[in-house]
Design a protein around this ligand. Structure first.
Ligand SMILES: O=C(O)CCC(=O)C(=O)O
Ligand SMILES: [Fe+2]
Length: 424
């Protein structure tokens, strides 16, 4: 469903009649309202005219500047509206500060467009700048900050102002994460996204991947490893608490501040636990394309009520094929594809099951376990007990990604660019 048809129209700033389909030939009435402004020519003999104020308190020059600004704004917003077939832009842009903004009039194919580096140079002057996202063929682009307040600070300085380094007036509008993904990642406005997320889209689920005895054995290994850690490290183990759950890394760690691969000192061991090897071999028999040797493993313990927020496993930290083995309590995992307004897929992760995310499911969807004490399954409340999971991944040595899902991709985030520079 098109973004413009999804949300309630609440503001008439960009509104056009709801049954009108914007076309190039028939521009948008609301947008072309130039507020009664018209360009006034200075006559050569009239050198002081531009300085004298008219009835509206503006000089002729100021009024002409305002006319040009309005005309530029009108053209830029109309282009976006026409390309995305959005009837009412107020259903896409948010009045409240959001961490992502649309740069309405600068993009990859825009007349007088800019490069990613040029935009980065402008926005990196502001605190919390994260990344610029530009898509081939779109005359508008996107900029993301750490928080809505950070974005707001940049908006206050840059919106509708001449940006000298770019030689352009910038038009900036706040976007929700969903509308960002919708505008940035959807291939064509005519795409109708199905709610289906299955093996054809890269989500593979194997129930009873391990036996009850194997589950017990793994839990026993985890317990023994913990005792050994405590003995080695003067009474402390390698579990760390992240929100309400507990995590432990093998092979490589994951740093929840940089949202990337972290220091080896945070691992329980720089090797994967040898007791997992038979199961890694088993994944290969189930999934013929499974990459050679995964080298990062995370064990997580979820007390009832805990979960993990919606996220995509970092594209630049890990390669394709994310594998999760579940033990203990069953739990529901939700998937959403932000570029679609209709997707929310819930799967039940049974104990001893294995889930594999690859391709679109891995790069183009987010997954989460809601923080709650029970799940509703087939109309019945199922209380959660303690759940354990083992995530198995392979480090992305290139630390880059060229997927088609830029709203979820961290390849040009400031943090990842910094990590790449530090590594060289
Ligand atoms: O514990 C799980 O099932 C999910 C883990 C996960 O999504 C992650 O660590 O990225
Ligand atoms: Fe994940």
């Amino acid at each position: 469903m098109a973004a413009g048809r999804q949300a309630e129209a609440t503001d008439s700033k960009w509104a056009t009649p709801s049954n009108s389909q914007p076309t190039k030939e028939e521009p948008l009435a609301g947008l072309l309202d130039l507020g009664g402004l018209a360009l006034e020519q200075d006559s050569p003999s009239d050198s002081t005219a531009s300085k004298s104020r008219q009835g509206d308190g503006l000089t002729r020059r100021e009024r002409n500047e305002q006319y040009k600004l309005t005309k530029k704004r009108t053209e830029a917003y109309a282009t976006l509206q026409r390309m995305e077939k959005i009837c009412d832009l107020s259903t896409v842009f948010d009045q409240r500060p959001r961490k992502t903004m649309c740069i309405v009039n600068i993009g990859f194919g825009a007349v007088g467009g800019a490069t990613v580096a040029e935009l980065e140079a402008v926005f990196s002057e502001f605190e919390g700048f994260e990344r610029v996202v530009m898509k081939l063929g779109k005359p508008y682009s996107f900029v993301t900050f750490r928080s809505g307040e950070n974005a707001q600070a940049a908006h206050e300085v840059l919106h509708e102002r001449m940006c000298e380094p770019l030689g352009k007036i910038l038009f900036l509008e706040y976007l929700t994460h969903r509308n960002f993904a919708y505008l940035a990642d959807r291939v064509s406005p005519d795409d109708t996204e199905s709610e289906l997320l299955d093996a054809s889209r890269g989500l593979h689920y194997f129930d009873d991947f391990i036996t009850e005895q194997e589950e017990k054995d793994i839990m026993e290994h985890i317990r023994i490893d913990e005792e050994a850690e405590i003995a080695r490290n003067n009474g402390s183990d390698k579990w760390t608490q992240v929100q309400e759950r507990y995590v432990k890394h093998y092979g490589h760690s994951f740093d929840y501040h940089t949202k990337h691969v972290g220091s080896d000192s945070l691992t329980a061991s720089t090797e994967l636990p040898p007791w997992m090897q038979p199961f890694i071999d088993r994944i290969r028999t189930k999934l013929p394309g499974y990459p050679g040797t995964p080298n990062q493993l995370t064990i997580q313990r979820y007390p009832p009520g805990s979960g993990i927020a919606f996220h995509t496993d970092s594209h630049t930290a890990f390669t394709d094929m994310i594998v999760i083995l579940s033990m203990g309590s069953p739990v529901q995992m939700d998937f959403r594809k932000p570029a679609s307004h209709d997707s929310l897929v819930t799967i039940d992760l049974e104990p001893r099951s294995l889930v594999v995310m690859t391709g679109e499911a891995r790069y183009g969807w987010e997954h989460a376990i809601r923080m709650r004490r029970s799940d509703l399954v087939d109309g019945r409340v199922r209380e959660r007990c303690e759940r354990w999971s083992i995530t198995i991944r392979t480090i992305n040595e290139q630390m880059t990604c060229n997927c088609a899902f830029s709203a979820l991709c961290d390849t040009n985030s400031q943090m990842v660019q910094r990590l790449r520079r530090e590594r060289v």
